[in-house]
Ligand binder design. Structure first.
Ligand code: PEP
Length: 255
């Protein structure tokens, strides 16, 4: 395994937080911290903040992502946003299949797969989220759950496209709960994801894919998690809403 073969990326997931003035303030505070970062820096913000974020980050190393995308190009899908609508305003990344989408909005592996393919076709870089529920871990089926999600979510995605895709391993029990996976648990599943990609594609493809850990990553636990050989950054919820905390994570990922 060679970390030099892929980019380490820290991506913030703002979820349903920040009005436009609040978003401006946070982005302005993140900018000088991101400038020094030797890793990919992405902020995934609510749809209403996308244009503001794209505008304010022009000429910086901060990339902007959305938190969801629909799989159809256009049509009668009230409340949805297409991939072309995102790229047209300068969005480069999109989170797909976050556990909150799966849990509260009926997202399935089939729709995650469709959204991933639509995003890639439009030139967006998807951040595809996978991860087990607490009872699935307790039943000892984490490996089969996550491997199944990888197979279904990436079905029919070419090797070339999978290299443009970020996989975020987010154990559902660790998201927003303050319960963090141990670095051993995070490494074990991130490695399993890489091994699954190697079987589906090739070792060369698997080594090129960025695999993040997400789930209560914060300044006090990030160093150990990010030091794991198969953990290539993080998808960050709570700690991405505080510039100084996000800055610590960027520093840790730059080492
Ligand atoms: C997330 O929403 O993807 C996440 C990991 O949240 P938190 O960092 O707050 O657990």
């Amino acid at each position: 395994m060679n970390k030099a073969l892929r980019q380490t990326v820290i991506a913030g997931n703002w979820k349903m937080n920040k009005t436009r003035p609040e978003a401006k303030e946070l982005i302005e505070a993140i900018k000088p911290l991101a400038e020094k970062a030797d890793c990919g820096v992405v902020i995934c913000v609510p749809f209403t903040n996308l244009e503001t974020a794209v505008e304010l980050t022009k000429g910086t190393n901060i990339k902007v992502g959305a938190e969801n995308v629909h799989f159809e190009k256009s049509g009668a899908f009230t409340g949805e946003i297409s991939a072309d609508m995102l790229t047209e305003i300068g969005v480069e990344y999109v989170i797909i299949g976050h556990s909150e989408r799966r849990q509260y909005f009926g997202e399935t592996d089939e729709t995650v797969n469709k959204r991933t393919k639509a995003a890639l076709a439009a030139g967006l870089k998807p951040i595809v989220c996978v991860g087990e529920l607490l009872w699935e871990r307790e039943c000892g089926i984490t490996e089969e759950i996550v491997a199944r999600q990888i197979k279904l979510d990436l079905f029919d995605v070419s090797a070339e496209d999978v290299k443009k895709t970020i996989i975020a391993y987010e154990p559902v029990w660790a998201i927003g709960t303050g319960k963090v996976a141990t670095s051993e648990q995070a490494e074990e599943v991130c490695k399993l994801i890489r091994d699954t990609l190697a079987k589906l594609y090739s070792q060369e493809v698997a080594d090129a894919v960025t695999i993040q850990y997400g789930g209560s990553m914060n300044p006090s636990n990030c160093e150990e998690l990010l030091a794991q050989p198969d953990v290539d950054g993080g998808l960050i919820g709570g700690a991405s809403l505080k510039a100084e905390q996000f800055g610590v994570l960027l520093n840790a990922a730059s080492k």
